[in-house]
Design a protein around this ligand. Sequence first.
Ligand SMILES: *Cc1c(COP(=O)(O)O)cnc(C)c1O
Length: 384
Amino acid sequence: MKFNFPVETLTKIDTPFYYYDMELLNATLDAVATESGKYGYKVHYAVKANANDRILTAIESKGFGADCVSGQEVQKALDCGFASKGIVFAGVGKSDWEINLGLDNNIACFNVESIPELEIIDELAGKKGKVAKVALRINPNVNANTHHYITTGLNENKFGINQWDLEKVVNTLSELKNVELEGIHFHIGSQITDLHSFKDLCLRVNELQKWFVSHHIMPKVVNVGGGLGINYEQPDEQSIPDFASYFALFNELLELMPGQELHFELGRSMVGQCASLLSKVLYIKEGVQTNFAIVDAGMSDLIRPALYQAYHKIENLTSSLDEEKYDVVGPICESSDCFGKAVALPKTKRGDLIALRSAGAYGEVMANQYNLRTLPKAYYSDSL
Ligand SMILES: *Cc1c(COP(=O)(O)O)cnc(C)c1O
C-alpha cells in the first residue's frame, strides 16, 4: 500500500498542513498487531512520536497500550481511551505531580531510571497506601548505530541504570515497601534500520537475565523499548516497515523465562509513514549554484531536518516538467530552516504543492510557534 495524495482536494486547503493517510495508518497498525501477535508480544505505542487525538484513538482501537514520557502524555492517553492497565510511564525526570497522576490512575508500570527516583516513587506511593509497579530501565551499552542525538543506550547517555549499579538498585528495592519489581526495561535509540543492533540487544538482555536469576529475581516483564526505523529515502518502496523480520528476530534470539512477557514500545515505525507535511511554494529565488524554492512551511512545522539533520523526501505534487535542482527552504529567520539542499524536483513555480514525506513521527507533535507562527493544522484522508 502506498501513501495516497488526493491532489485536487489538497490544493484547495490552506497550507501548511499535515495530511494523514488513515488507510495506510490502519494497514500499518494491522501489520504490527499481526506480527507481534504471532508470538504473544505486547506493544505499547510511544505517544511522544505523535500525540494527535485522531491517531491515538486509532491506535487505541487496535488494542495497543501507551508508552508515555510525561504526565501530560499519561493524561492524554487516558483521555483518548487507553486503559490505565495499558499505560507505562518512562522518563529520567518525573516530577512529583506526574508520579502522583500515575499512582492515582493505577497505571501498569513506572519505568524507573535511578535510585533517587525509586525512593520518591516509594514515598509517594506510601502516602497513598499503594504499591507501585516498577520496571528498571537498564542501560545495555548497545550501540544503535544511529544519529548520536537519538542514541540512548550507551554508558555515557543520561538514560537508564548502568549494570554496575544494579546490585545497589535491587538491594534498595528489597528494602522499599511501596514499590514492586514488575520488569526490566531497555531502549537503545531511534531510527534503527540495521537489525544487528537489536540482535546485540537480545544477547545483552539474555546475559542480564542470568544476572537476575543468580540473584533469585524473576522480572515478569521484559520490555525492549522501540527504535525500529522507517525508510525515509524511499517511502513508497516500503511504506509499511518490515515488522515480520523485527519480531521474528526477538523470537529467535531473546530467551524468555517461563511465564515472562515480552513488551515493545514502538513509536516511529507505527506512524512515521502515514503523514506528509504539505506546503506551497511562495517564491523561486535565484541562488549562486542552485535556486531556492521558498515554501510556506518552516522548521516550526517540521523541525527534524534542523534538529537532527534528518532527511525527508520532497516531492512536487503539481508539476511534471523536467527536473531542476533547488534548495528547499522555509520562511523562518534561521539558516537551519532548510528542508533539503540541491533537491531534484520537476521545474517548480510559485503556487506548486510540495509534500515533505514520512512526517508522521516527531513531526506535528514537535511543531512550535517560533516567529509567532500558528501551529499547522491536520487533515485526514477519511474525513476530507
Ligand atoms: C522514544 C522512545 C520510544 C519510541 O522510540 P521510536 O524510535 O519512536 O520507536 C520507546 N521507548 C522509550 C523509552 C522512548 O523514549
